[in-house]
Design a protein around this ligand. Structure first.
Ligand SMILES: NC(=O)c1ccc[n+]([C@@H]2O[C@H](COP(=O)([O-])OP(=O)(O)OC[C@H]3O[C@@H](n4cnc5c(N)ncnc54)[C@H](OP(=O)(O)O)[C@@H]3O)[C@@H](O)[C@H]2O)c1
Length: 229
């Protein structure tokens, strides 16, 4: 049986989409712990963690001790680094895959015992529409994000907990501030709803899939204002 108050871990919860997810969960009365690479002292509920070299078992242990267990894990933290294949140095290309795929593989693996123990465990991976549709300059990011979907579907079949994927489209956060005016205009033109999404809109969909959608597993929810249509 799950606990009365659900207990959640959100990676990368100090800013952007992750911060909005933390806030949405807290508003619903979920006990939340989140990670940041360098949490500041005023960030209550934050645990330090780096996807590139963090000890996943140790992080999950810390969260379980703080919360008394884990019912939901939202693997939101991720890195984007772009560049056409000839331009992006191989070590940067593989770092993107390592952060997004290896980093999340290790966390999912470490979290499974706690999620199984919950009796109503839910794992959500934050992927991207770039993993579905591709984008010029994004072979690394697209490879990592599409692999996360295959990973989640296989894990849904073998793990005994719900495992789902959220695929956001273009959202106004630090990750997209570097887009040039022309690229931004083209994205908006292609988006049926004619704008970028907000972190809060993505967070509501994430919490729906992680917490409410109890008959969904192996599902990929695209939240992109129609960009992939
Ligand atoms: N913005 C978009 O348009 C968009 C679209 C589709 C998918 N996404 C995905 O949504 C997720 C959140 O992105 P965002 O838009 O909120 O981006 P963001 O504002 O740039 O935030 C990135 C988050 O990932 C964390 N992070 C980055 N590298 C990390 C590492 N090596 N180890 C641990 N944490 C790391 C950061 O934590 P720190 O506090 O340590 O910096 C931060 O919380 C990502 O997985 C991203 O790929 C974003």
């Amino acid at each position: 049986m799950g606990a009365t108050r659900r207990r959640a871990l959100v990676t990368g919860g100090a800013r952007g989409i992750g911060r909005a997810i933390v806030s949405e969960l807290a508003d619903r009365g979920v006990d939340v712990v989140f990670t940041s690479r360098k949490p500041s002292p005023e960030m209550a509920g934050a645990e330090p963690y780096d996807l590139l070299d963090g000890d996943a078992e140790d992080l999950i242990g810390r969260c379980v001790r703080r919360l008394g267990g884990l019912d939901t894990v939202i693997l939101n933290a991720g890195e984007w680094a772009g560049g056409r294949i000839e331009q992006l140095p191989p070590q940067d290309w593989w770092r993107v895959v390592e952060t997004n795929l290896r980093g999340n593989h290790l966390l999912a693996r470490a979290a499974l015992p706690a999620l199984r123990a919950s009796g109503a465990g839910s794992l959500l991976l934050v992927s991207s529409v770039i993993g579905q549709a591709g984008f010029p300059g994004d072979t690394a990011y697209a490879s990592a994000k599409s692999a996360m979907t295959g990973f989640a579907r296989a894990l849904a079949k073998e793990s005994g907990v719900r495992v789902n994927v959220l695929a956001p489209g273009f959202v106004d956060t630090d990750m997209t501030t570097g887009l040039g005016e022309r690229a931004r205009r083209r994205i908006v033109e292609r988006t049926v709803l004619g704008r970028f999404g907000t972190a809060e809109e993505i967070a509501r969909a994430a919490v729906f899939l992680a917490e409410d959608a109890t008959f969904c597993t192996g599902a990929v929810l695209t939240v992109d204002g129609g960009w992939t249509l």
